[in-house]
Design a binder for this molecule. Structure first.
Ligand code: SF4
Length: 315
């Protein structure tokens, strides 16, 4: 029988089995909640952003560790600082007071044991915004069970269903099997519920980042969504792949932006699979938007209103 605690960690598909009170494994994090930034974000999809902005909380560490991660400072290098229960509650209260539509937990999977204790506490503190689980969709089924009472909106990023792409680009061959099961479970458990402004109250919004040169992988995802998510969940396609090599991955692959003909191919497939209820980002071919989490305002001022930063505290 698997344990779902920090003492013997099987929270995600990496299945390390380590004692995180003593040892650091793939996700790079101990048993203490660690965060880098919180604030209102206006760059999420319209049903998540609404008019008030999404109350985003960026956690340090990551269970997947994509080589091209735009947030590599916090996801791979562990930038951020440990936070107490009181501080977490006050950050969430601050987001609610500033008009956030929801509390959007970004890359939270490795902190499930802490969050399943903290999220019910928020309700008792009259912080009652919808909770968004913004992950790479590779939680272990038992860990996903732990979350089911606390999460209103699942926002998983389905990376690929192709084991070759999973191995060569994401360095994690079993990702497709784990994500397939997790996402089917999320969709089955959270029927879509929007308010009269079109803002999500419950449900699943599935994201997919299109990888340059790996179009068949994206086609498979659209086919999967047509079979498993159409009319039950929303779809969001992202074209923002940005080839920024880092010290860990100096020969980053893919090494280019998405091409216009690739983008158009995806639009054709959306028609082929009759997928109309969703979002597709305009073609992105520049890195001006890349965040720097050393800065209390890592995103542009049109896109965000900072509330808390790991170095500066409340802003
Ligand atoms: S959360 Fe995942 S990557 Fe981190 S220690 Fe647990 S099983 Fe390993």
């Amino acid at each position: 029988m698997k344990e779902y605690s920090y003492k013997e960690c099987h929270l995600c598909g990496r299945d390390c089995g380590v004692d995180r009170t003593k040892e650091i494994a793939f996700c790079g994090q101990s048993d203490t909640l660690r965060m880098a930034w919180a604030g209102l974000h206006f760059g999420e999809e319209p049903p998540v952003t609404g008019s008030g902005g999404s109350g985003t909380l960026f956690f340090s560490g990551c269970t997947l560790g994509c080589p091209f991660c735009q947030n590599w400072q916090i996801s791979r290098n562990g930038m951020g600082r440990d936070i107490s229960t009181e501080e977490f509650v006050e950050i969430c209260r601050g987001l609610q007071n500033r008009g956030a539509e929801n509390l959007n937990l970004v890359t939270p999977s490795h902190f499930i044991p802490s969050l399943v204790e903290l999220l019910p506490l928020l309700k008792r503190e009259r912080i009652d915004l919808p909770i968004v689980w913004n992950s790479s969709g590779q939680e272990d089924p038992g860990a996903l069970d732990m979350l089911m009472d606390s999460i209103d909106i699942f926002l998983p990023d389905l990376k690929t269903l192709d084991p070759r792409v999973a191995r060569e680009i994401y360095h994690f061959e079993s990702y497709p099997t784990i994500a397939d099961a997790a996402l089917k479970r999320m969709i089955a458990s959270r029927p879509l519920e929007l308010d009269d402004r079109g803002v999500m109250k419950r449900g699943v919004l599935l994201r997919h980042l299109i990888l340059p040169g790996e179009m068949e992988s994206s086609r498979q995802i659209l086919e999967w969504f047509a079979q498993n998510g159409k009319d039950r969940a929303l779809l969001s396609l992202m074209s923002q792949y940005t080839p920024v090599p880092t010290v860990d991955f100096p020969d980053l692959k893919p090494d280019r932006y998405l091409a216009e003909n690739e983008y158009e191919k995806v639009l054709e497939w959306l028609q082929l699979y009759d997928l109309e209820d969703g979002y597709i980002q305009e073609l992105v071919t520049g890195n001006d938007w890349l965040p720097d989490f050393n800065d209390p305002s890592p995103f542009s001022s049109e896109l965000s209103k900072p509330l808390w930063h790991w170095k500066e505290g409340y802003l």
